[in-house]
Ligand binder design. Structure first.
Ligand code: BG6
Length: 340
């Protein structure tokens, strides 16, 4: 029987938590105010062997097919060490550090000494990732790919837009790895998508993630951004992914994959990422309003109020909005807003 997997939990308070499975140091949950931000398939396997389908698997030292080992390398299928247990920082944020060193198994696929430290910090609305890869050898260089294979949870991937890709070249894995240039200001998904965008900027925003809000990705030393969704047909080929789950996830992955990192003896590579749930101003504005309107009986006012708040989140997740304009759009009949 395979070794059971075990998890480490960061708890910042206020129902803001992050759970990391030592198997692959895979982040399997990130909840902000009790709201899950990451997608994990209902069919994910936790057998301590297979990579976990969802969350944030750690792709190393290979991205994609590999002649010497499994697809996406061994980083996501080996057990990592808990280098430093969860600890509260003076800021109130929670920190944990994992590490991985070469061992018999990794040497059988990739015969190099290495050491990785993977530090996570859970803030109020942010999750920080700091990665260091060290080459302790005196004479051998090695090269590798590294990628954080982040599965974001979304209500409907067709409504997501990803910014920051305009003008970037991309390798399209759905079209025999042909190279194209992105012409859209923001990228939407309506079919099987598997692209490696190159030399992308340090920031992307994804719209319409959970509760219709936005997610900000900031990255350092990760020149590539992979965008993946298997869509209808490819989903059926993935045994640990439900046929009907593709609308509920989008992978936007920060990595160093279209060219390898070459690490000289005695040197280190560092990269980092911050995921941030920007504060939503609109629901705050509207939640302090009571809705009364012609055609809306008082008994239904709170239901309308709830509906308006949800719609507002969908329409303008984080920008300041004019509630009256949005309400007018939603309810053409005159409505009176009473500030509580
Ligand atoms: O099924 P896996 O090995 O987890 O890979 C999932 C996908 O991961 C993406 O990052 C790749 O670009 C895709 O080609 C791949 O299909």
């Amino acid at each position: 029987m395979a070794a059971p997997t075990s998890v480490v939990v960061l708890d910042r308070g206020n129902n803001t938590t992050c759970t990391i499975n030592l198997h692959g140091a895979t982040v399997v949950s990130w909840r902000v105010n009790n709201q899950e931000q990451l997608f994990v398939s209902k069919q994910a396997v936790f057998d301590g062997k297979k990579g976990i389908r969802g969350g944030i698997p750690f792709v190393f030292p290979q991205f994609g097919l590999w002649a010497f080992g499994p697809q996406h390398g061994f980083g996501r299928i080996v057990r990592w060490n808990l280098e430093k247990s969860p600890d509260r920082l003076p800021s109130g944020d929670m920190e944990v550090i994992f590490s991985l060193m070469d061992n018999e198994l990794t040497r059988s696929m990739w015969n190099y000494p290495f050491r990785i430290t993977y530090r996570l910090i859970l803030r109020e609305k942010e999750l920080h990732f700091n990665i260091g890869v060290y080459n302790p050898s005196k004479d051998l260089s090695f090269s590798f790919n590294l990628l954080l294979h982040t599965y974001f949870k979304v209500p409907d991937v067709r409504r997501c837009q990803v910014t920051g890709l305009h003008g970037c070249t991309y390798i399209d894995k759905t079209r025999d790895n042909a190279v194209f240039q992105e012409g859209r200001e923001s990228v939407t998904i309506s079919e099987w998508t598997d692209r490696i965008y190159q030399n992308t900027p340090q920031e992307h925003i994804i719209t319409n993630v959970v509760s219709g809000r936005k997610m900000r990705i900031q990255k350092y030393n990760f020149p590539d951004t992979v965008v993946w969704n298997p869509w209808v047909e490819k989903s059926k080929d993935i045994s640990d992914f439900g046929d009907d789950e593709y609308p509920n996830m989008i992978c936007v992955e920060s990595g160093h994959v279209s060219s390898p990192v070459v690490l000289l003896p005695g040197t280190a590579f560092e990269a980092s990422q911050i995921l941030q749930r920007p504060a939503a101003t609109a629901p705050v504005v509207i939640s302090s309003l009571a809705v009364h309107g012609r055609g809306v009986p008082p008994a239904q006012a709170s239901a309308v109020h709830r509906q308006v708040s949800c719609c507002l989140r969908d329409i303008q997740p984080s920008l300041p909005v004019q509630p009256s304009l949005v309400l007018h759009h939603l309810f053409p009949q005159p409505l009176i807003l009473v500030n509580n």
